[in-house]
Design a binder for this molecule. Structure first.
Ligand code: GLY
Length: 355
């Protein structure tokens, strides 16, 4: 039975996941985006890593991320081959301040009942032989996952019904495009950092946060990586996410630069220098691509998944966690559409008191 029609504005990982799960639940679904599968979802590294993104004071985000991580294996299996990797993550510390930062993270996780394994430099290298002898110590988080974001987008997009168009305005029951109107029972705003321009209630809640990333191909003699490597190098975070193809995604810078997506010399230089200090053999890789995307961030780093007014929903503000939070976001949006309670961990994503 068809429950009604929804229009999802935005064809990144959040919009496409929402559209797919809503379709499975019986909603007729149209996705509107002038350029599907672009933006932050396309640029992303694909880490599904709530534990290593955790920080004191952000426990609700950690719980939300863990709930979504638990949903990922089934979400991926339902889609087919999306390059899900299960080898886990290691985190490396470079200088004594970095060592202390990771100790604080490990102590914080232990205080909330989550144990991570603290490793010496040689123990880290036994897991990842490509790692530098200068790495002092680190952590192992075997439960983290990673996904090939581009494969995922391709599979999700193959299931969507698209209108390639710019949205001019949204109101309950209709989305205005250039020269046409799409009527519907509900609109879902899932346009990432651009969501703030689509409804006045989102203006102060969502903001763009830029990130630059590099894609490296396996050059001659380049040692492949087995698992995701994250590191702090003199307090700068860097990560290397391997793909099944031998490619490595190296990320990511983070700064407030509005919607600017220029790749800066400084961004590329810092990423390469820091990565090379952690994995010296990275210099044997081939630089295949540099790109910048714009994350949709919120003041408390939690996403916003809620009604903005009757007939209009938002699913945005996923900050550094869009890929990770796709399954739980889709489940929460479908629950809201169906008039059912959202998953408990996602109740923190309400709009009330945040905008
Ligand atoms: N999830 C990592 C990033 O946003 O760079």
């Amino acid at each position: 039975m068809v429950k009604g029609k929804i229009v999802v504005v935005g064809a990144g990982v959040i919009g496409l996941s929402v559209a797919w799960r809503a379709m499975n639940s019986g909603w007729r679904t149209v996705v509107v985006d002038p350029q599907p599968c672009s933006g932050a979802s396309w640029v992303a590294g694909g880490m599904l890593a709530p534990t290593t993104e955790a920080w004191p004071g952000e426990e609700p985000l950690l719980e939300l991320g863990e709930a979504s991580l638990r949903a990922w294996p089934e979400f991926a299996a339902d889609l087919g081959d999306v390059g899900l990797r299960t080898e886990g993550t290691v985190v490396a510390a470079f200088d004594s301040a970095d060592v202390r930062q990771l100790e604080i993270l490990a102590e914080h996780l232990a205080s909330t009942g989550r144990e991570v394994e603290q490793l010496t430099g040689p123990e880290l290298r036994a897991l990842e032989p490509a790692m530098s002898t200068s790495v002092r110590s680190g952590l192992s988080v075997p439960g983290d996952l990673a996904v090939d974001n581009r494969k995922l987008l391709e599979v999700l997009a193959s299931k969507a019904d698209f209108r390639h168009a710019e949205v001019k305005s949204i109101r309950p029951g209709a989305v205005e495009l250039e020269g046409s109107t799409v009527d519907c029972d509900a609109v879902v705003i899932a346009a990432g950092a651009w969501s703030r321009n689509l409804h006045p209630r989102l203006r102060t809640v969502i903001r763009p946060v830029k990130g630059e990333i590099l894609r490296l191909g396996p050059g001659r003699g380049a040692l492949p990586l087995g698992r995701t490597i994250r590191a702090l190098v003199e307090s700068r975070p860097v990560y290397l996410v391997p793909r099944d193809t031998g490619e490595v995604v190296l990320g990511a810078t983070q700064y407030e630069a509005g919607y600017n997506t220029d790749v800066t010399v400084k961004g590329v230089r810092d990423l390469l220098l820091d990565a090379e200090r952690v994995v010296p053999g990275i210099s044997e890789y081939v630089l295949v691509e540099s790109a910048a995307g714009v994350r949709a961030s919120s003041p408390d780093n939690l996403p916003v998944i809620d009604w903005v007014e009757p007939g209009v929903l938002v699913a945005s503000g996923h900050h550094r966690n869009g890929l990770l939070l796709a399954p739980i976001t889709a489940a929460a949006v479908v629950a809201l559409l169906d008039g059912e309670p959202v998953p408990e961990a996602a109740q923190v994503a309400g709009l009330e008191s945040r905008g």
